[in-house]
Design a protein around this ligand. Structure first.
Ligand SMILES: Cc1cc2nc3c(=O)[nH]c(=O)nc-3n(C[C@H](O)[C@H](O)[C@H](O)COP(=O)(O)OP(=O)(O)OC[C@H]3O[C@@H](n4cnc5c(N)ncnc54)[C@H](O)[C@@H]3O)c2cc1C
Length: 542
């Protein structure tokens, strides 16, 4: 019997498994797919000469995460590679807003393109980041309540700084852009970053989310794993296996076995039972853990009610391309960037995001585009580009504003029409782009979910990143901690705080909670038992 069973070999599951194995636990990871990695996988499915990341590509969160840093994955084969420019947002007038590794270059280019005032404002935003570093990341990446890092953060900001920082953390990115910048470039960079999640430019907290991603890029870059995202997963698996752990693929867990309010193990779809002596950690969505893997009869009715209000994030539509040559950007500076954001101006981003929020499929989809060979030359033959782009689409489509009558069936006709729409968006900023495509793969929301069932309806963040489902409100109002109402069962996926992205913190929080609970049990139970023994022993004489 293993000490722990981890359900799901996504990055959170694998980080959790590593931490438990480090503590000397015997751990089995059960993964439904034929390969581990969850949404951190690459393959040669578009063209044999091209490596394509199937889901996530850019890993600033992994690079900055104290959890992943402590695993020293470089010793297990992980290497990072950077594009010359971190991020670009080309404008229709030929200018291009960019983020670079290091403030100096970002500031200098911003001054050249958008003027000294905006460059100075960007520097102020960088100073705020520096004043919070590293306490902000530690606050985000530790379990609730993050007492020590939050206290360190408050000390670093001082009393009046705390209130200003609180305002900054809630202000919408559109408002921040109006307050700080005179030109469109910097605001577009931040708004585009906020749209990696489901945060409209008008959403509470969208400025802070966008700023966090941009500042991570400026400090750490947005690196990619050399050879493809699978090499990050392989490093996690290799490290885990070197400590005696086992990953079992093709093993879909159907049930968490619960007796007397305690998780005892799991049962797989093919009927196999795996017992867990100490803990079960679930790298699955909250909506799959509660009510599906664990029956409602084992859970408080209040949880069922709260989970009924759980909000998924936007759905995702992605296309991977093999290109015969680099993308011919009208704004030449975009050619050096790993990631390129495509949307003409802030109003276009707002329209797009509001349309997705209200169920209407946008005619002009805001796109996030990855130039993977630019970021890592091993991805495709010299002179070519392995690229992808994705856009968010509504979870439930009520109207198609693009005149293709896409209803969300995502059959071949709908998928191809949407892929063509995404390509037209690229073509707007890079005339001649489509003539360079010689192979493409379409990953519609239903295909994404078939490849990783955590991507429910194509959602990529394990639930909305909006403020009403963050911190102690994630996944439902509670403690923001990975413990569940069932003893020895922990929620380890991005449905838990701090949410989506490849940083491993959700898995690490769950593993630490399991270890702490066993330590407490190890201290309290022997004490209770010896107390009971003493009482029993003395009873006859008293
Ligand atoms: C298209 C796309 C692009 C993205 N880009 C980025 C990016 O560039 N940078 C970034 O930081 N993040 C990115 N993300 C988000 C990031 O990949 C996820 O937030 C992250 O992978 C979540 O990790 P996880 O371990 O919680 O879940 P997942 O990675 O989804 O893994 C969950 C695993 O559990 C398995 N599983 C589920 N149910 C069961 C079951 N019942 N039994 C057994 N196994 C089960 C699944 O098969 C899967 O392997 C992207 C996501 C997508 C979809």
């Amino acid at each position: 019997m293993a000490d722990a069973i981890v359900v799901g070999a996504g990055p959170n599951g694998l980080v959790a498994a590593n931490l438990l194995a480090d503590a000397g636990w015997e751990v089995d990871v059960l993964e439904a797919q034929d390969v581990p990695g969850g949404a951190v996988r690459s393959d040669r499915g578009v063209d044999p000469a091209f490596v394509s990341d199937v889901f996530s590509s850019f890993h600033p969160l992994a690079r900055a995460s104290p959890v992943i840093e402590a695993l020293r994955l470089e010793e297990y084969g992980l290497r990072w590679s950077h594009a010359p420019t971190v991020l670009a947002h080309p404008l229709p007038d030929g200018r291009c807003a960019t983020v670079h590794l290091g403030l100096n270059e970002t500031r200098e280019r911003m001054e050249r393109c958008f003027g000294a005032a905006d460059a100075a404002a960007w520097e102020r935003l960088t100073s705020l980041w520096t004043s919070m570093d590293p306490h902000l990341l530690h606050t985000l990446f530790t379990p609730f309540p993050p007492l020590k890092p939050a206290a360190a953060l408050a000390r670093a900001l001082r009393a009046d700084g705390v209130l200003r920082a609180a305002r900054f953390m809630t202000v919408p990115v559109r408002r921040l852009a109006e307050e700080e910048f005179t030109q469109p470039g910097a605001g577009l960079l931040l708004a585009g970053c906020a749209l990696h999640a489901d945060l409209l430019p008008e959403a509470v907290g969208s400025a802070a989310f966008g700023w966090l991603l941009a500042m991570l890029g400026q400090q750490f870059g947005w690196p990619v794993a050399v050879g493809g995202s699978s090499t990050l997963t392989q490093a996690l698996v290799r490290r885990f296996e070197s400590r005696g752990g086992h990953v079992h693929c093709g093993q879909r867990v159907r049930e968490v076995v619960v007796r007397s309010g305690k998780a005892l193990g799991v049962r797989t779809a093919d009927g196999q039972a795996y017992r867990a002596g100490r803990a079960v950690l679930a790298d699955v969505p909250a909506t799959a853990l509660y009510g599906q893997l664990v029956g409602w009869e084992h859970l408080p009715s209040r949880l069922r009610e709260d989970l009924g209000r759980f909000q998924w994030d936007f759905s995702t539509f992605k296309v991977d391309w093999a290109l015969s040559a680099p993308i011919p950007w009208a704004a030449r500076e975009a050619a050096a960037a790993g990631t390129v954001h495509l949307g003409a101006d802030l109003d276009e981003l707002s329209d797009y995001a509001l349309q997705v929020t209200t169920g209407r499929l946008p005619r002009r989809p805001f796109a996030l585009l990855g130039q993977m060979t630019t970021a890592d030359p091993t991805r495709s033959p010299p002179g070519t580009e392995s690229a992808w782009a994705y856009t968010h689409v509504p979870q439930k489509i009520t109207a198609d504003l693009g005149y293709d009558s896409i209803a969300g069936r995502w059959d071949t006709r709908e998928s191809e029409a949407m892929a063509n729409r995404l390509e037209r968006q690229v073509e707007r900023f890079a005339p001649g782009f489509r003539s360079r495509i010689f192979a493409r793969r379409i990953l519609s929301p239903s295909v994404l979910e078939a490849l990783d069932e955590n991507l429910v309806g194509g959602a990529l963040n394990g639930g909305t990143a909006a403020v009403h489902q963050q911190l102690v409100l994630r996944p439902v109002p509670g403690t923001g901690r990975p413990e569940t109402p069932v003893r020895n069962l922990y929620l380890a996926s991005s449905s838990a705080h701090p949410g989506g992205g490849v940083h491993g913190a959700c898995g690490a929080n769950a593993a630490r909670a399991a270890l702490r609970s066993q330590r407490l049990t190890g201290q309290v139970l022997p004490a209770v038992r010896s107390g009971a023994r003493r009482l029993l022993h003395r009873a006859p004489q008293e």
